[in-house]
Design a protein around this ligand. Structure first.
Ligand SMILES: Nc1nc2c(c(=O)[nH]1)N[C@H]1C(S)=C(S)[C@@H](COP(=O)(O)OP(=O)(O)OC[C@H]3O[C@@H](n4cnc5c(=O)[nH]c(N)nc54)[C@H](O)[C@@H]3O)O[C@H]1N2
Ligand SMILES: Nc1nc2c(c(=O)[nH]1)N[C@H]1C(S)=C(S)[C@@H](COP(=O)(O)OP(=O)(O)OC[C@H]3O[C@@H](n4cnc5c(=O)[nH]c(N)nc54)[C@H](O)[C@@H]3O)O[C@H]1N2
Ligand code: SF4
Ligand SMILES: [Mo]
Length: 718
């Protein structure tokens, strides 16, 4: 006992920052950034320490809880009783209605546990669960579908080579607050600074003058109109003959059809629709083409809009038409020791549209169907109606456009449901059971998923820092045991593990991860390569991580592309169809303002509002309203504003600020709590997704994305 220092890494968001943890008598008392860590080099944010307060939060669920009354009324039960009852009821529902009555819903946090990811996939396979809902329709599905249409697989994802590029357009991303997404780089800011340091430009296209926009160059864009801006850039490239024609001739097809398809979008219209002047569009286009290397990096701001997939495709086309792909400083397909993307492709898991939702027909994207369909799929009678649900680290009542009262109501119709979570939240308070899970400081990990997105390839593994609190167990153990109690060997992700289980050998996720590491490009091949790695060697010999490459490899275009002819298709039918829709679409004129989101440094989606450190006195939810608009509306700073969309209405405090342009209003998501987290409940605020629509005509057509940015709204002073 006494004071001990160990190494771990944060698992709240994508950089997975390396941490030095101090443990006193078995209690975690502090974390600081690990200055020697190969990737984060000492960087961390307040949330890593906030997570300690989550671990010891008196409101955390630390015993299995059984619903005994109204939503949110739970009583502790034994693990045995909970698991037995869940297994029995899942079995009975399955035999009564078939396997198509079972569903899972996975949120964001489980993505940062290798063990949960593996065993959840196993649970789904073992039980024959087809309906696999998830939160990617509020996040990245549009990006993944763009990957499928351009590169031949959802699992082939371009990353911006920020450390070497000379020009970066950041569109719909705010990495100085989000710390980067689909890019694992704790030193994101330094990477962007390095571009300016090399004499290049960083241009941030955003309807709000964000933290990132303030540090670099900012172009205001009208919410939801990025496709027009990008078309303007592409028009200029074509009209001014700035396209890299040798590259286009060698590596693409469909250029002429693309040129035809963009004819209806002239520069003046693109400027008028996007709010960026024609001169600025032209200059941006010329500078991009003239730069030695250049990238476009977009993230949730361009995914969660009406033309999300189209916008993601156009982003990449700007880079492709200038030859900025798979070359130094351009978009790169990345490299990881354990290439789970290749694994997914080889096993046929990189699906798009293999499963379609029962009522609305929305496609799965990389095995996940949109959150917005869950409620309708529960309440609509008929074959495949959902009767049993497993929620894994998810809070869609707040986080999804398909949430709110409709989903809350639908959840009450289920025959049986359980949730694996740290808290009773606004969603699982409707479940029959909430089962306590280990916090990330309470389990080992290896960032196999995030490694695919690293700009500086590295790998590390860490052990649990503290014991699970109370009766908490790891997700995989719980899923495994439910599968066993339902008469299966376990929740095994691959078939041979079921055979081994029959012989009495129960494989665990740790052994699977170790196998992947040891047989990887840098593995020890079980002793055949002495300098190679294993899970144990990473923990023991590389507490600050092991650097694998200084920078990403280039020149893999032909090797990586999975399109049939190994060419980049510049004008797929899907994209051409969306261009036609874009030209045709007009928003409802009764709602003249446009709502966008606003991620805050001290929030993490819906789940960190119970942390004292992150909720200082007086912190509350406010909407940013432009000063001209405020004046016209008679709205004072700090006054209450009513925001109304076709889907709903909320009242919230206004902050008058020219951070947003006229006509734009910015409201963070993830507030308006009524779960088992008392501080969060008393923080007030509203669920901004009440304003988002889950109607079929308001769902992005190619990827099933929710429209969370650019929502037409009206404002009124209260
Ligand atoms: N309007 C609007 N809505 C948005 C967004 C937006 O920008 N605007 N962003 C979207 C995005 S990008 C995302 S990813 C989603 C997130 O949506 P969700 O994943 O639904 O919400 P979270 O708040 O991330 O967390 C869900 C639950 O996970 C629990 N949890 C935390 N750690 C663990 C763990 O280790 N294990 C388990 N089992 N549970 C854990 C938390 O207690 C919480 O109850 O929200 C989306 N919603
Ligand atoms: N502190 C904190 N960090 C987080 C999270 C968190 O909740 N809090 N969540 C994590 C998760 S799950 C994710 S997926 C990542 C997301 O990472 P990012 O996507 O980088 O995060 P956002 O802040 O949502 O950035 C979206 C940006 O798009 C802008 N935007 C909105 N509408 C439009 C539009 O129409 N056009 C353009 N061009 N821009 C628009 C917004 O103003 C915002 O600046 O962040 C992660 N990091
Ligand atoms: S940036 Fe993300 S991973 Fe790093 S310390 Fe903050 S929350 Fe954790
Ligand atoms: Mo996300």
């Amino acid at each position: 006992m006494g004071i001990k220092t160990t190494y771990t890494h944060c698992r709240i968001c994508e950089p997975q920052c390396g941490l030095v943890a101090t443990v006193e008598d078995g209690r975690l008392i502090g974390v600081r950034g690990d200055p020697e860590h190969v990737n984060s080099e000492g960087f961390l944010c307040t949330k890593a320490a906030g997570a300690i307060e989550v671990a010891y939060d008196p409101d955390r669920v630390t015993r299995p809880m059984k619903r005994v009354g109204k939503p949110g009324e739970f009583e502790p039960v034994s693990w045995n009783d909970a698991l037995e009852d869940i297994a029995r009821r899942f079995t009975s529902t399955r035999s009564k209605w078939g396997a198509d009555s079972l569903a899972t819903f996975v949120g964001n946090p489980p993505a940062f546990s290798y063990a949960t990811s593996m065993w959840l996939a196993g649970f789904q396979q073992t039980l024959g669960i087809r309906w696999r809902y998830g939160i990617n329709s509020e996040d990245a599905s549009a990006r993944l579908v763009a990957n499928a249409l351009l590169y031949g697989s959802v699992a082939i994802a371009p990353k911006p080579d920020l450390w070497r590029t000379r020009h970066a357009i950041l569109i719909g991303a705010n990495p100085l607050v989000s710390h980067g997404s689909l890019v694992t780089e704790a030193r994101f800011r330094e990477a962007l600074d390095s571009i300016v340091g090399r004499g290049g430009r960083v241009v941030v296209v955003d309807p709000r003058r964000t933290e990132t926009a303030r540090r670099y160059e900012h172009l205001f864009v009208k919410p939801g109109t990025d496709a027009f801006l990008l078309l303007g850039i592409i028009r200029t490239l074509v009209d001014e003959e700035l396209v890299d024609m040798p590259f286009v001739d060698n590596h693409t097809q469909g250029f002429d059809a693309l040129v035809d398809a963009i004819q209806p979008f002239n520069l003046e219209e693109c400027a008028a629709r996007s709010g960026v002047s024609a001169a600025e569009i032209q200059q941006l286009s010329r500078d991009f083409a003239a730069a030695d290397s250049a990238v476009v990096y977009g993230r949730t701001g361009t995914c969660t809009q009406r033309f999300g997939t189209l916008t993601n495709i156009l982003q990449d086309l700007v880079a492709i038409l200038t030859g900025n792909i798979e070359r130094e400083g351009g978009l790169l397909f990345g490299w990881a020791a354990v290439d789970l993307g290749s694994f997914a492709r080889a096993s046929g898991l990189d699906t798009y549209g293999k499963v379609r939702t029962r009522v609305n027909g929305h496609p799965d994207v990389y095995g996940m169907i949109p959150s917005t369909d869950l409620a309708v799929d529960i309440i609509t009678p008929g074959r495949g109606q959902i009767k049993a649900l497993a929620l894994v680290g998810a809070n869609p009542v707040i986080s999804s456009a398909g949430g709110g009262p409709d989903l809350a109501h639908a959840l009450e119709q289920l025959e049986v449901s359980f949730s694996l979570d740290l808290y009773i939240n606004e969603t699982n308070k409707h479940a029959d059971y909430v089962l306590p899970v280990a916090h990330f400081y309470e389990r080992d990990d290896v960032p196999l998923g995030p490694a695919l997105n690293m700009l500086r390839p590295a790998i590390w593994a860490t052990e649990a820092v503290i014991e699970p609190r109370g009766e908490a167990r790891q997700e995989w153990e719980i899923l495994n045991e439910i599968a066993q109690r339902m008469g299966h060997g376990g929740a095994y992700p691959i078939r041979p593990l079921h055979w081994l289980a029959k012989l009495g050998y129960q494989v665990k996720p740790r052994q699977m991860a170790d196998l992947l590491l040891r047989t990887s490009k840098v593995g020890d091949r079980f002793g055949l390569r002495r300098s190679g790695i294993s899970f144990r060697k990473l923990v023991r010999d590389h507490p600050h991580g092991k650097k694998l490459m200084d920078e990403l490899p280039t020149g893999q275009l032909n090797q990586k592309l999975l399109t049939p002819d190994k060419k980049l298709p510049l004008s797929t039918p899907e994209m051409l169809g969306e261009l036609v829709e874009l030209g045709r679409h007009s928003d409802d004129r009764r709602y003249p303002f446009r709502l966008i989101g606003r991620r805050e440094l001290l929030s993490h989606n819906t789940w960190m509002h119970n942390v004292p450190r992150l909720m200082p006195q007086g912190r509350c939810l406010t909407a940013l309203v432009n000063s001209e608009d405020a004046q016209r509306l008679g709205l004072a700073d700090g006054g209450e504003v009513e925001i109304t969309s076709a889907s709903g209405s909320v009242r919230v405090q206004a902050t008058v600020s020219d951070e947003v342009g006229a006509g734009t209003v910015a409201l963070p998501h993830g507030w308006g709590h009524s779960g088992g987290w008392n501080r969060a409940n008393s923080a007030g605020g509203v669920n901004s997704n009440i304003l988002a629509s889950s109607d079929r005509e308001d769902i992005e057509r190619l990827a099933g994305m929710s429209i969370l940015n650019g929502i037409p709204v009206s404002l009124a002073a209260v």
